[in-house]
Write a protein of this length. Structure first.
Length: 269
């Protein structure tokens, strides 16, 4: 894998929290137009890896080694002003729980507009037109502009968060379990929306999930994570059809199948 050609790459990232290694020597890369799924159980280090890309690790985390490159620029070596220019503009993130990611006392349209204001100087009319366009892109009515987050359903809030993430045309999108908090009936709609937008706009995507059924729908390549380490990494079809690691096979077996009792991840894995 020619990591030096990737639009975004992580090199030998190691992070500790309270003396415990939570990310251990992770190296990953994603190219323009590619969806890389990072899959593993809760606590495997998936979300922390996503936060590390934007240098947004919690204060309790200590980075022991590693670099993250966007194109040829090392994000960790940048000053705060340069990082702020990249966050939300070149690299954006969609969080698992949209309600906590939004300001509850601010209307949705204003929140999307704030993202645009953070990176561009545009007239009020242009900004309003851009917000309306973004809402249409994620299949939401323009009336949502004047709604507060609590007035929307979970699926509508997640679409609004996706609109915010897309507001400045990012080249890399990090999606942290974007459908986990949604009803099953809404999950596929949101996944289809994300995949269609990714194909249309050709951005690179890190899709963080615990669910191999989601991996099958969205991913081009797959990184399986356990105890902070990448234990398997390859093209989706190869990982799904011929997993090398026993842990990966067990994760795949956890996917529910019609007519079969759901298999759970064994304690002896």
């Amino acid at each position: 894998m020619a990591e030096d050609k990737k639009i975004l790459r992580i090199e030998d990232l190691s992070v500790e929290i309270a003396g415990r290694q939570v990310i251990d020597g992770v190296s990953l890369g994603v190219d323009k137009g590619e969806v890389l799924a990072i899959v593993g159980e809760s606590g495997s280090g998936k979300t922390l890896t996503g936060l590390a890309i934007m240098d947004l690790l919690p204060d309790s985390a200590v980075r022991r080694s590693g670099r993250v490159f966007f194109r040829d620029d090392d994000i960790f070596s940048m000053g705060n002003k340069a990082k702020r220019k990249i966050r939300g503009k070149d690299i954006a993130m969609v969080f698992q729980e949209p309600f906590t990611a939004m300001n509850p006392v601010m209307k949705v349209g204003h929140q999307i507009g704030e993202v645009i204001d953070a990176h561009f100087r545009v007239a009020k009319e242009q900004k309003k037109a851009r917000v309306e366009e973004l809402l249409g892109t994620v299949k939401l009515s323009v009336d949502v502009m004047d709604s507060y987050p609590h007035e929307l359903s979970g699926g509508m809030r997640q679409r609004a968060i996706i609109a915010m993430a897309l507001a400045c045309g990012p080249e890399v999108l990090i999606l942290d379990e974007p459908t986990t908090a949604l009803d099953v009936s809404i999950q596929k709609e949101v996944i289809d929306l994300i995949r269609n937008l990714q194909k249309e706009r050709d951005f690179a995507a890190f899709f963080i999930t615990h669910d191999f059924s989601v991996v099958n729908l969205v991913a081009d390549t797959v990184a399986v994570m356990r105890y902070g380490k990448i234990i398997e990494y390859g093209v989706k079809e190869n990982v799904l059809r011929n997993p090398k690691e026993r842990y990966t096979r067990h994760l795949i077996d956890c996917v529910p199948r019609m007519g079969d009792k759901r298999k759970r991840l064994g304690a002896d894995v």
